[in-house]
Design a protein around this ligand. Structure first.
Ligand code: ADP
Length: 519
């Protein structure tokens, strides 16, 4: 049993190893699938976030365009209103212009300055309005600051270099120009620029205002606005930057990746379970097939077994015959004691014959051997007791070497007795005619079990027959059946043991049996 349990241990170990490797394999497979799916999902998520970011940018650009258009229209309206008041005020500084200007500057903080220019032969007189201290007049020599406006009503816009502002000039009447100065930062509400945005406002390729994010980003999108106002042809660029955290927000990415890990693991486990189920089914089908074949083998061996039964029963029947004859003689002689002995022997032989038949039936039907733990020395003594009378009668000496303390072994007692009986009887056959016929029966403990040797000092197994003696019906005896050894071999195999033979000053047969789990 030790060998079996060792084998079982190996099988268990290799099964565990296989499972471990399988599981490792599944883990690696799940990890690869998970990484691939997660990467694709993260990319898809980033694409989705980018798309919504671009949409947001586009919405913001159109809102900004609407707001700008509204404000530019207001500037045109202020120019018209102020122009009308200027025309009605031939003398300057004019309180009417000052009043309206104060009003405009207060209500529209992005308009930072209002001024009029009266042109006069290469010079101009500038009057600034709307300041708290009142209108302020100033003479100017250089007129390059003023645009050339030829027709009354003409408007021109010009960037004020270095001041984030632009001027709007209008020729309100010949020789009189009105100017509005607009703060570009205030026009854009630059301080309200969201964190990820940056804006750039230009007028005739001059940058008026720059706002917003300066940090680097892995991705950006830009929207351009070109104002259709013919008086203030402003252009604007709105840029939206995308950081990694924005494209792949952790609050979405972590549950997504974790969810994908769980789904992948479940899918791979399910696949593995299905594969394992298919393997089990295949194994079960194979086992069934093997069992069918084994049964067929046993049925085929039926003829062989029938001969075996006859062979095995020959001994007890012969013994019963001679004991019965002895009993009859004892009866005639009135020897009660011999009669009783003979009848006891008959009962014993009849029981043995019954046991042999029972085992044969069990063997043919595939029933398991009746394995029990039996002390080896007891099993050997019992087997020898059954045969020793016959051996002694043939004048053969038996040398028993059975040390004390041999372990119990898992055997089918009747089968074991049959095997010992076959081997000893063969040995007795072999030594018949020898000068000092001797059979040695030795039992010993070995590393993984026990060995029982049945040796004789006969001529040994014929050269060339050694490999055939376990074949059914192989015999070199005139009255032999050639079934004793094949049957013995089978019976020993059913006890997980083995039977082998070799020549060594005669023939030696070795039965090897494993130790039981409890030995
Ligand atoms: P049988 O005894 O009917 O011949 P077995 O199967 O028991 O059938 O034995 C097969 C053959 O093995 C024998 O015929 C004999 O040639 C050989 N054999 C068995 N035991 C011995 C032995 N102890 N010494 C020599 N030959 C043996």
């Amino acid at each position: 049993m030790l060998e079996q349990s060792n084998t079982g241990g190996c099988l268990t170990t290799s099964y565990v190893m296989r499972r471990f490797l399988n599981e490792k394999h599944s883990l690696a497979k799940a990890a690869i699938i998970w990484i691939a799916i997660s990467s694709l999902s993260v990319l898809a998520l980033a694409a989705f976030e980018y798309r919504s970011g671009v949409q947001e940018l586009s919405d913001k650009a159109s809102a900004t365009e609407t707001l700008l258009a509204e404000r530019l229209a207001q500037h045109d309206a202020h120019l018209s209103a102020l122009g009308a008041v200027v025309r009605m005020s031939p003398a300057e500084p004019s309180p009417s212009i000052q009043g309206l200007s104060e009003n405009i500057l207060t209500r529209y903080p992005r308009i930072v300055d209002i001024a009029t220019f009266r042109l006069d032969a290469g010079a101009a007189r500038m009057v600034r309005y709307g300041q708290a201290g009142g209108a302020e007049a100033k003479d100017m020599r250089l007129l390059d600051e003023l645009p050339k406006l030829s027709n009354v009503g003409d408007i021109a816009a010009r960037a004020v270099v270095g001041e984030h502002a632009y001027d709007l000039f209008k020729l309100v009447e010949p020789g009189r120009i009105l100017r509005l100065r607009i703060d570009a930062n205030a026009l854009l509400d630059g301080d309200k620029t969201p964190q990820d945005y940056s804006t750039k406002l230009t007028l005739n390729n001059e940058t008026l205002a720059l706002h917003g994010a300066t940090q680097s980003a892995i991705l950006a999108a830009t929207a351009s606005i070109i104002m259709t106002s013919h008086t203030q042809p402003l252009e604007m660029e709105i840029r939206r930057k995308f950081g990694v955290g924005e494209l792949v927000p952790l609050r979405l990415a972590i549950p997504l990746i974790a969810g994908l890990a769980a789904i992948t693991w479940l899918a791979v486990s399910y696949q593995e379970t299905q594969a394992e189920r298919r393997r089990q089914e295949k194994r079960a089908a194979l086992l069934k097939q093997e069992a069918t074949l084994a049964h067929a083998g046993r049925v085929n061996a039926l003829g062989e077994m029938a001969s075996g039964i006859a062979h095995e029963l020959a001994q007890p029947v012969a013994a019963m015959l001679s004991q019965s004859q002895a009993a009859r003689r004892a009866l005639n002689m009135g020897r009660q004691d011999i009669l009783e002995k003979a009848l006891d022997a008959n009962i014993r032989e009849a029981k043995r014959a019954g046991d042999i038949l029972g085992r044969m039936r069990a063997y043919i039907s595939g029933a398991p051997a009746d394995i029990r733990m039996v002390p080896l020395s007891e099993a050997i003594a019992e087997a020898m007791r059954l045969i020793e009378g016959d051996i002694k009668a043939r004048g053969v000496a038996v040398d028993m070497i059975v040390p004390l303390g041999l372990p119990a072994v898992p055997i089918d007692v009747v089968s074991f007795q049959q095997v010992i009986h076959n081997l000893v009887r063969n040995a007795a056959d072999a030594v018949a005619g020898c000068s000092s016929p001797l059979i040695t029966l030795e039992a010993r403990r070995e590393r993984d079990g026990v060995a029982i040797l049945v040796a004789d000092n006969g001529p040994g197994i014929e050269t060339g027959s050694l490999h055939r003696i376990f074949e059914p019906f192989f015999t070199t005896k005139a009255d032999g059946m050639g079934l004793g050894l094949p049957l013995s071999s089978r019976l020993i195999e059913r006890m997980d043991g083995s039977l082998e033979a070799h020549n060594d000053n005669g023939a030696t047969f070795i039965i090897r049996l494993p130790l039981g789990e409890l030995s």
